[in-house]
Design a protein around this ligand. Structure first.
Ligand code: GA4
Length: 329
């Protein structure tokens, strides 16, 4: 396996973050095959909007294979990575996130997910046999991670006692689902003086979609924000998946589930590589609090909007902005 050890992002104006708290052991760890896990899933979504899933059934070899392909990609000369095309909306990006001035100590690859086995046209620039081997690992991984996302979403519906069981998962299983796969590479970062804080890898934000399923190597960096605004570090676990509630699910549940604010801090010594599946609804899907979930007399906190409308607004914002604010009643 190629191991990336050298900083490779060149000059980036480093965004500093206050020194973090220490590792948090209070992140719920849920084995979905255990009886009663649905209630734990609901509680984790209400309290944190974040939890870890073990015994997920995705073979470690498949995960390791895709990570290896991603590491090989990021180890290519800059000029070759850029041949994939700019990240807006899909492609390779470095240091710049979105198009409104956010920067981070990160390079990444953003890929659109369609319902059919994909040719991943952007990878055509890679030479064979690399392109085919990346493509086949990608297709296999995408089916597996989408299935996991659906299991988690079905467990949420069961825990909330709403029917049908696929009420959430059908949106990400839909042929038209607007889902994304993202690879992030955070090279080791020369750290500033201790008193100056730490460098931001990926600035704080919430994910716009319904659900995000993240897997990383063993390098720390991910932090989540608690309700009181404090930040806690998530211990990395290469064998597990981390689930984030996204803004769309917060809306569907009328704020009962919390779209978790999170960020990644750069690491001084080791490369962090993560792969994240963002399960989104079809473009025209109407999002509004589900009446099934509203208690008697409960008021809707959000006006109805389509996913397409939300995305359009999201792309005009900066990472840290409160995107849902514009849709609150
Ligand atoms: C956050 C979640 C996903 O990574 C992403 C990001 C997107 C991008 O990197 O292009 C955004 C960001 C994310 C939210 C606000 C906008 C759009 C960068 C940005 C400043 C792919 C997504 O869907 O939204």
């Amino acid at each position: 396996m190629v191991v990336l050890t050298k900083p490779s992002l060149g000059q980036v104006s480093l965004t500093r973050t206050q020194k973090p708290n220490h590792n948090h052991s209070g992140i719920p760890v849920i084995d979905l095959s255990q009886p009663g896990s649905e209630a734990l899933v609901v509680r984790a979504c209400e309290e944190l909007g974040f939890f870890k899933v073990t015994d997920h059934g995705i073979p470690m070899e498949l995960i390791a294979k895709l990570e290896e392909e991603a590491v090989k990609f990021f180890a290519l000369p800059q000029i070759d990575k850029e041949r994939v095309g700019p990240a807006i909306p899909f492609g390779y990006g470095s240091k710049n996130i979105g198009c409104n001035g956010d920067t981070g100590w990160v390079e990444y690859l953003l890929m659109e997910i369609t319902s059919k086995p994909m040719s991943h046209a952007s990878l055509a620039v890679l030479t064979e046999p690399s392109a085919s081997s990346f493509r086949s690992a990608l297709n296999e991984y995408i089916s597996a991670v989408r299935k996991l996302a659906c299991e988690v979403l079905e467990s949420m519906a069961e825990g909330l006692k709403i029917e049908p069981r696929n009420i959430f998962s059908k949106m990400v299983m839909d042929e038209e689902s607007d889902s994304v796969l993202r690879f992030n590479h955070y090279p080791p970062c020369p750290m500033p003086q201790a008193s100056e804080g730490v460098v931001t890898g990926f600035g704080e934000h919430t994910d716009p979609q319904i659900i995000s399923v993240l897997r990383s190597n063993d390098t720390a960096g991910l932090q989540i924000s608690l309700r009181d605004g404090s930040w806690v570090s998530v211990l990395p676990d290469r064998a597990a998946f981390f689930i984030n509630v996204g803004d769309s699910l917060q809306v569907l549940t009328n704020g009962r589930f919390r779209s978790v604010r999170h960020r990644v801090l750069a690491n001084g010594l080791k490369s962090r590589v993560s792969m994240i599946y963002f399960g989104g609804p079809p473009s025209g899907e109407r999002l509004a609090p589900m009446s099934l979930l509203m208690r008697e007399g409960e008021e809707s906190h959000y006006r109805e909007f389509t996913w397409c409308e939300y995305k359009r607004c999201a792309y005009k914002t900066m990472l840290a902005d409160n995107r849902l604010g514009q849709f609150e009643k």
